[in-house]
Ligand binder design. Structure first.
Ligand SMILES: [Zn+2]
Length: 411
């Protein structure tokens, strides 16, 4: 059953809000957002080569976490769980291959494509492959704003070396969307809503197994929807049966449609249909060939054969901070913390014309994860930090240009 609860039109961009899986594979392009992918001057450049039959192709990933509310700042573990899902689904190591109906098992494929979190940033420094950034945007439209610093998002890392994945709150709680091979470099990548990313963490049923990213990365690797986006259309893959349209929820096998070529009906359990996470479990050999063909000499993803940014040995210099800390030097006010370093309790007081009463201070560790909050009722209060492990933290108050931060050392 289809159940759209709203179709919104906002300043010329249209998108559908849906309680069920939807997919905007081709995002609206906003010509007002112009930026170049960050330079990668320090990276050693290899010579182009062709793919080798059956080689495992490993794709370095950078995950840009754009958060407004704390819960959108998803954990490292949730991000890791998504990388694990991708590696299982693209290698047919997913535990639910048992659910692939017998007639389709013969075309099921191990694509021999894998994913790793990047270890080297575009400037050559070490990275976790996770970039966290606070944004003033309560949500992002499907207009690629999330891909640009200037629109409250984060600029792409060199898309010839990294698969850029942006995780954020999407308008209408859309699940995600992807660019297609050959799209402009600065918008190359995949956008996924924060609460359908990964298989561990606070996730929105029935999208709790990380299949939204499996599906969108399929588009990034050139796959079309299995019904060809038109009635009884073609996905340009021979071993996926023609089906009249998409499927939602999880039909029972066999699910016949008007153009089913035989009694097996729709391949509704294909990752490129729109069924629930727990319903999907297969890429086919044809889809595998289509994806891998993109890595051949002269094809849009060929450069990934020479991407070494998952090799920590290629990194130089100190590690990158994974959170963007806004220090506005023109703001003379802020707050002070005493004592610092501290063990159990610190006194936090405003400086200059800053006020703390009725504001909240957020404490982040050096991985950008929020570990403590304190709501102030008065301008000066004591904050108990005894629960924090020893280390360096950033205390942050306010947003955007009015955000002020102070470093705290916990002993
Ligand atoms: Zn799609």
């Amino acid at each position: 059953m289809r159940f759209f609860f709203g179709i919104l039109l906002i300043t010329g961009f249209s998108f559908q809000a849906s309680a069920q899986r939807e997919c905007a594979a081709v995002a609206n392009r906003n010509p007002n957002f112009r930026s170049l992918a960050k330079a990668n001057a320090n990276r050693p450049v290899g010579h182009s080569r062709d793919t080798i039959v059956n080689e495992i192709i490993t794709i370095p990933v950078v995950v840009h976490v754009l958060y407004n509310r704390p819960e959108e700042n998803i954990s490292d573990d949730q991000i890791l769980s998504q990388i694990e899902v991708l590696n299982k689904d693209y290698r047919r190591l997913n535990s639910d291959t048992i659910n692939t109906p017998a007639p389709f098992k013969s075309v099921a494929a191990d694509s021999r494509i894998m994913f790793c979190l990047a270890k080297v940033a575009p400037d050559g420094r070490a990275t976790t492959g996770i970039v966290r950034k606070h944004t003033n945007n309560v949500y992002f439209l499907l207009d690629d704003g999330v891909k640009f610093d200037g629109a409250g998002g984060a600029d792409a890392w060199d898309p010839s070396q990294y698969l850029n994945i942006w995780v954020c709150s999407l308008a209408g709680r859309s699940l995600g969307y992807s660019s297609l091979p050959g799209d402009p470099a600065e918008t190359d990548g995949v956008v996924i809503n924060y609460d359908v990313f990964g298989s561990r963490g606070l996730l929105r049923a029935p999208y709790t197994l990380g299949r939204t990213a499996t599906h969108e990365v399929g588009h990034w690797l050139g796959l079309k929807h299995i019904w060809g986006d038109t009635t009884c259309g073609s996905d340009d893959v021979d071993d996926t049966p023609t089906q009249s349209s998409y499927n939602f929820n999880c039909p029972s096998f066999p699910k016949m449609s008007t153009c089913s070529p035989n009694a097996n009906g729709d391949m509704f359990m294909n990752f490129m249909d729109l069924t629930n996470d727990a319903c999907m479990n297969i890429f086919t050999n044809g889809q595998k060939q289509r994806m891998r063909s993109l890595f051949a000499l002269g094809k849009p993803r060929n450069s990934f054969l020479n991407s070494h940014v998952c090799d920590p040995g290629q990194a130089n210099g100190g590690p990158l901070p994974t959170d963007t800390v806004v220090n506005n030097p023109t703001v003379a006010s802020g707050f002070s913390v005493f004592p610092n370093p501290a063990i159990n309790v610190v006194t936090v007081s405003p400086k200059g014309d800053f006020a703390l009463a009725n504001k909240t201070i957020y404490v982040y560790n050096m991985e950008g994860k929020m570990v403590l909050t304190h709501k102030f009722f008065f301008n000066t209060e004591k904050v108990n930090i005894s629960s924090l492990p020893a280390g360096v933290y950033i205390m942050s108050c306010g947003e955007g240009k009015s955000r002020v931060t102070t470093k705290l050392v916990k002993l």
